[in-house]
Structures are given as structure tokens and as C-alpha cells.
Design a protein around this ligand. Sequence first.
Ligand code: NAP
Length: 504
Amino acid sequence: MTFTPHGKHLIAGEWVGTDATFKSEPATGPVHDFSVGTVDLVNRACEAAEEAFWTYGYLPREKRAEFLEAIADEMEARADAITEIGSQETGLPTARLQGERGRTTGQLRLFADHIRKGDYLDRRTDGAQPDRQPAARPEIRMVQRPIGPVAVFGASNFPLAFSTAGGDTAAALAAGCPVVVKGHSAHPGTGEIVAEAVNAAIRKTGVHPGVFSLIQGGRREVGTALVQHPLIKAVGFTGSLGGGRALFDLCAQRPEPIPFFGELGSVNPMFVLPRALAARGAQMGEGWAGSLTMGAGQFCTNPGIAVVPTGAEGDAFIDATAKALKAAAPQTMLTNGIADAYRQGKDRFDTRNSVRPVVSTTSDGRSAAPNLYEVSSNAFLEDHTLGEEVFGPLGLVVRTSSPDEMVRLAKGLSGQLTATILMDDGDTDAARALLPVLERKAGRVLINGFPTGVEVVDSMVHGGPYPASTNFGATSVGTLSIRRFLRPVAFQNLPDALIEGDLA
Ligand code: NAP
């Protein structure tokens, strides 16, 4: 079934067009026209979301769980059409889109189960002590309450799992918060068909239509108006450091500042320890090249930096990585702008005298070929720009001359989504020295393996100290992510007649 987008915005159950249009820029397939979002639409969506909150926020959890499951069902009913338009718009392969859809529907169902269990409410009751001296103690009950309408911004590289009905939307809807999505300009048709699925689920389950709106395009004007709207109570954002920081600052400057949960970029350093390097350096180098080029390197968990001891064994690791990268074919990037930004990132390395090119490629248009560079630990620590994310298949090897230097380098890193130690049993002491440093730097610490691939489970943390995220106490993947859209409220001396719903 081929899907042809009508190009409208979904505002509280109604598809609405505007006069101005923009064109999609698919990697393959037909170009489509989409209405440009406006501040007026932002106002309408936020007002409808606030109205919906008064019923949706207080629905029995079972009803919200059924709504989440209905969204998953409706996405599956449109499975082939979602894959087709998603693949056309992003250039990502069909199998990747199919897998990502499974992850997205899995997230929705995971949250349905999670809220049914009710543990996330973290209910606490301290009984009354009427005879306590010198003063009686009242009964106090605490419960987590939804915070109100939430704005969601998705990322170009996950058109399903971190977009319209992705993790932030699922977590907010599970918590009881209506959602207004700023559609991503890189995949508007994918956004539209997923919004159709959400709208069908709204009709099927009878929840208030204001629980979900999608505003397409409009670029900065729409995003800016959305995060500044007084009825929006939190923002879930997945995207670049520049965009995230700009919107975070706007949230902080509001008359009523609100939390901004930005999941941003990261270089995800890997520390290759000496015994593992000696035992299987070439194999690890090939594995790194595979991880670095997966999805044209367009993952927030892409391992962009390998920290490797100096010496012949480290050289062999670099040689194996370089050989595998040279054999990798150029890949299509998500947008023309991302391909341009990748080339600018490479230029940054090419203009540094301290950096040695190991594999240097050229590419044009929307394609990218891998690049590899090498730098000493001291030069890396002196130039913080070398630690900034280049979104794409670019790797940097940082050479260290001792275990202490590796720890010093780790201490000099900025916040990361992940940090990886590649080790054997004989490396345990070196790993023990690194571990406390890395846990202060990253949301997830891995031993062996590669960080691309994020399990959606209760124990996952996908976040980390700034600049990996703007809120180091939170995760955007896994059930703990619901906590971002909840607020604890204590109720003192409630009469029995008012102890109902989630308070009971
Ligand atoms: P992006 O360019 O920052 O776009 C994300 C969204 O924010 C888009 O809807 C964009 O609007 C909007 N936006 C950006 N800057 C804005 C501004 N100043 N004002 C208003 N709206 C603004 O990011 P992207 O290219 O989609 O995604 C790639 C980045 O996301 C990479 O850095 C990657 O590492 C990161 N990422 C992080 C995670 C994570 O979980 N940490 C996951 C995936 C990706 P338009 O559509 O109009 O441009």
C-alpha cells in the first residue's frame, strides 16, 4: 500500500492546512508538499492539550494503557506504508525501518504494561500519629502526578523511535500528559502517517482528541513558539547540541521556566586496554569500523573515539580499522544538510596540525564515506573541539602512553551517552581505575561490545552529563523515562472520601 501524504497538520483530531507549503526532500521517491506550521496552530494545539489534560490526566491507568496499545496496533496496520515512506524520506534501508517500527510499537506496549503495574507512582504513606508529643502528626500521602502538556521534538536519524510516536511521546502519554509534536522537516510524510495512526487510536479508544497534535515544518518559528507557550509544562527533545541548547535556553528564560529534557549528541569513547589489544587488536579494529559505519555513522551512540595505547599493537589496531573503513562503500545520509555538516566536521580535523589523517576520503551530494584520524592524548586534551560530535562515519584514535594517561584523558572528557571498556581478564586493574571516572562521565558504561544498539528495558539509561543531555538525572529510553513527565505531590490529612484513583 503506497501512502500519499496530504501534507496537513493534525490539531486535536482535525487535519488542518495552511497557505504556505514546503517540499519534502526524500532520498528516493516522489517529492510531496506540506503545509508550513504557524504560531496560530501552536496556540490551538496547546489550548486543546490543556483542555484534554483535565480528563486524560485523570483517566484510569487501564484506559491510558489501552490507548498506547491501540497506537501500536494502528502503526502495525500501516506497517508497509510506514516503511516505504520512511525509507524514501531518510534513505535508511527497509530492514532498518522495519526494526525501528518494532522498537517503537514495543516501547508503546512496554509503557502500557508499566503503568498497569503502578509501581512508577512510587506511592508513600506516613500514617497519622494523633498522640505524638509535643504535636500530633498528620497523615501524609505522596504520589506522582502528570505535569501537563508536553512538547516533543524528534530527531532525523530515528524517524519512528525518537519521533512522532517515539519514546518521548509514549512516556508522556503513559504519564497522563497530552503531547504536541513539532514534526521533523526531514521526514514529514513519516510523521503524517504515524499521526494518522495516533488519531485512529484516539477515535478507537475515545480519549480526548487534544491529547495529540502534530505541527509540520515552520522551522524555528514553530519550535520557538512551542517551547515558550505558557501551557507547555516540559519539553522532550532529541537532536543536535546546537538546536537543543537554543531551545533549552528559551525554556530557562520563560517567565515560568520549565524542564527541558534534551537528548543530544555524544562521541561515545572506547578505551582499548593493553591485554585485550594484544590478544585481539585486529578483530576489535574491524569491529569498531563496522560500528562506526553502521547507518552511515548517524547514531547518537556512534563510537567516534577509540583511546588506544601507543606501540606496535596499537598500530596494528589502527591498520585493521583503516583497512576495513577503506573497504566500506559510501552511504546515503539522512539529509543534504547533514551530509554538508559531516564534511564541515571533517574539515575541522583536516585543519589541525596536531591531527594525522589515517583514512581521508571525499564525498559529495548526500553521500558520506568514512574518515579516520589519529592524535596524541596531550593534543586532544588541549583542543576541546576534537571531542565534539561529527555526525557520521568519522573516527578519531587518541594514543596514550600509560594507564595513568588513559585515566587522565578520561577525566578530561565531557559528558557522554556511553563509555566503553574493551578488556580481557588481565586488564582488570586498569579497568578498575577507569570505572569510577567513566561512571561520572556517561549514562551507560559498557564492558566489551559496541554502544550502538540501545535495549528498551526497565534498567536502561540513555542520557548522561551535559552535553550528552541537558538533564543528567534522566533517561529518554526505558521505563524510567516516564519520571521526566511526573511531579510528586504530597496530600496531607485527606479525608477517606477523597482518597480515590491513583491515591488509593
Ligand atoms: P536537529 O537538527 O537539532 O533537529 C531536531 C529537531 O529540533 C527538529 O525538529 C528541528 O527542526 C528542531 N530544531 C533544531 N534547532 C532548533 C531551533 N534552534 N529552534 C527551533 N527548533 C529547532 O537534530 P537532527 O539532525 O534531527 O538529529 C541529529 C542529532 O541528534 C545528532 O546530533 C544525534 O547525535 C542526535 N541524537 C541524539 C539522540 C539521543 O538519544 N541522545 C538520539 C538520536 C539523535 P527542523 O525540523 O525544522 O529542522
